[in-house]
Design a protein around this ligand. Structure first.
Ligand code: NDP
Length: 313
């Protein structure tokens, strides 16, 4: 087993695999550890229709398999295993895999992604891929002329609701407080949109439907004397209550922003530690698309290659 790498890539979504393709073709002999969810978040969506080059669409899992095969074809070594600790204070950098062994790496590309937050109700799992989604840009197209609900009251929820209103006939926003948290401009946008109805002070109890989601059970003013249960017929249920960047092991090692995303020296992928680069959703709270992640994966590999040659490593 290889315990040394010129370029170690942590994480295997579009960012990680693209970094592996570029690094392999630059002769960096990259070693990639796939992490908890090989293929990343895309493997939990249904069809991907917005990635250029797939005119008929493709499932997220198939697409990630293609990315992986392409990286392996050029010599990338792809292993299952999860980075459980890092030490970036030394050179080469040390990355512990599965709490079992340490890899020493001249450069590290972090592409551990972000995880969409879910409410934690069992129906989210029951209807996964059958009407429950955490990405309107990915799945909204399937709800043309249908009714959908978006949970959340932040900028993401407003953005997703606005996007969905261009496709669906009706968009409900399920907001637990009596106000939105989003920026004023986004609030104004959803408030003035005739297709969007905001259900303030509503919480989700569950979903129902024989063949996929057909409706949502809500409770209005939970715990108050006038608490009321309401059912609403919908075809799609979109979570937009935030994302959690997968950066727990990098705390204290790299500069992170307030939410935990890795700070990079945009437009490069350089982090606060020389030789460590970040690509994809782990450093991007804004776009979060497969194609943008792949783009930063390419940049990270090019940044790593430059770092190695400048430092004669
Ligand atoms: P936020 O944390 O800002 O908002 C999350 C929303 O989800 C809040 O309304 C919150 O309610 C609600 N929520 C959280 N947990 C639950 C729950 N269990 N049940 C019901 N509702 C829940 O996340 P965003 O993803 O919206 O935004 C993250 C960051 O990214 C923000 O800084 C945002 O400004 C930024 N962003 C900017 C954009 C832009 O500028 N175009 C676009 C998208 C995001 P509550 O208010 O009650 O806590």
């Amino acid at each position: 087993m290889r315990k040394k790498a010129r370029c170690l890539i942590i994480g295997s979504g579009p960012a990680g695999y693209t970094a592996a393709i570029y690094a392999a073709r630059a002769n960096l002999e990259p070693l990639l550890y796939e992490g908890m969810q090989p293929g990343g978040q895309l493997t939990t969506t249904t069809e991907v229709e917005n990635y250029p080059g797939y005119p008929e669409g493709i499932t997220g899992t198939e697409m990630m398999n293609d990315f992986k095969k392409q990286a392996e074809r050029y010599g990338a070594i792809i292993k299952s295993g999860r980075a459980t600790a890092v030490d970036f204070s030394v050179s080469p950098k040390k990355v512990t895999i599965d709490n079992e062994f340490v890899i020493e790496a001249d450069t590290v590309i972090i592409s551990t992604g972000a995880t969409a937050k879910y409410l934690g109700i069992p129906d989210e799992t029951k209807y996964a891929g059958q009407g429950v989604s955490a990405c309107a840009t990915c799945d909204g197209f399937f709800y043309r002329k249908k009714k959908v609900a978006v949970v959340g009251g932040g900028d993401t929820a407003c953005e997703e609701a606005t996007f969905l209103s261009g496709l669906a006939d009706k968009v409900y926003m399920i907001v637990r407080k009596d106000h939105l948290r989003a920026s004023q401009i986004m609030q104004d946008r959803v408030m003035s949109n005739p297709k969007i109805e905001i259900l303030f002070e509503h919480n989700t109890l569950g979903l129902y439907g024989e063949n996929g989601v057909e409706g949502v059970h809500l409770v209005k003013r939970l715990g108050e004397s006038d608490e009321e249960k309401v059912d609403i017929a919908i075809d799609g249920f979109f979570l937009a209550i935030g994302h959690h960047p997968n950066t727990d092991i990098f705390k204290g090692q790299l500069k992170l922003d307030d939410v935990g995303y890795i700070d990079t020296e945009v437009p490069s992928t350089k982090t606060s530690v020389e030789g460590v680069f970040a690509a994809g959703d782990v450093a991007d709270s804004l776009y979060r698309q497969a194609v943008t992640a792949a783009g930063t994966g390419c940049r990270a590999a090019m940044d790593a290659e430059r770092y190695l040659s400048e430092n004669k490593l």
